[in-house]
Design a protein around this ligand. Sequence first.
Ligand code: PLP
Length: 423
Amino acid sequence: MRRDETIFNLINRELTRQEEGIELIASENFVSKQVMEAAGSVLTNKYAEGLPGKRYYGGCEVVDEVETIAIERAKQLFNAEWVNVQPHSGAQANAAVFLALLQPGDKILGFDLSHGGHLTHGSPVNFSGKLYQPLFYGVDKETGLIDYKQLEEVALQERPKVIICGASAYSRDWDYAFIRRVADEIGALVVADISHPAGLIARGLLSDPLPHCHVVTTTTHKTLRGPRGGLIMVGKDFENPWGIKTPKGEVRSITSLLDLAVFPGTQGGPLEHIIAAKAIAFGEALSEEYMEYVIQVKKNAAALAKVFVDKGYSIISGGTDNHLMLIDLRNKGISGKAAEAALGKAGITINKNMVPFDDKSPFVTSGIRLGTAAITSRGLKEEQMLEIAEMIDVALIKHDDDTALGKIHNKVKLLMAEYPLYK
Ligand code: PLP
């Protein structure tokens, strides 16, 4: 077969873009070479429907070992009693959890998308808002912190079957114990989606949801720095006192319902090449080096947030406990969309984001979301956060001036040349 230069040229262009730019998209990261090697390995050739030791295909002896190692490492990393490493993505993990625990039409209570939640937590444009009856809680208008009182009030009044916590754009820790207490009062299940801060939670830098939440889902590619994928975990709540049934009408444990909801419920064959890459990433995340990495991710986010606050930017909730921050640009007279475009011209990649109580549409937005997981993988520290915040500030002030943005782009290239991506 002829080498497909069209695609490989594009891949090379993307490599250059990643190498030369400042990557501040909070949900992105740079995986290690060995994670990439596993993701591009011969394991992509293998079908393995089922679970290790219980497959619907022959020739699974090697992938059985790979998947078992991935499961064991994930359990060790998160201190989980049970995990399923097969979800193809975070959205797939959440789809499987809802399929396992809910019936169509059941009520779910999630964090409002426009306040920082995720589409799969009940948005009307997503399966979760179409198949189930979504209810929402948000943040307090004054503090920007989760309004736990509202969460409790809606839960007690509406009695949802599932309460979902976790977010895509919330910079503070969660009170999982409180949410569990509310859920226990109404006999609901708690699902925590820790996609964003998973790496920080795994290494003890944020509260641990596993002792409190019945089910925990995550992506594997954000702070966790693995391949694109999903993961479902259970801490201790195997029991099924709700009598939730399988499609065949059997009452099984929560973990058995979850396994069935992944396969055959929502997926076919697992991606064993990605599962191998997940196993490597989990192994890396257990290392001392990764511990230093996540500590630095947090330090960098705090340093970046501080400079913005000092420069008069309004950060939702006033700062950050994790790897990200949401900046409300309304006092700076620029929309999220215009900011994203200007920063793009300066070689700084971020995303526009709705802020709580936003008066602009999701296509325009009043805010931007920044995260430090990717730049910390490049080796940048607090000192460079000052430099980056300075460049962002100038780019936003001069957002209409292409010459000024071009100058910043050159400075960005020079800075990032000092931190090679794949040496
Ligand atoms: N859950 C949360 C909280 C997320 O932030 C995301 C992705 O941004 C997802 C789920 C979905 O993950 P994926 O894009 O892998 O489907």
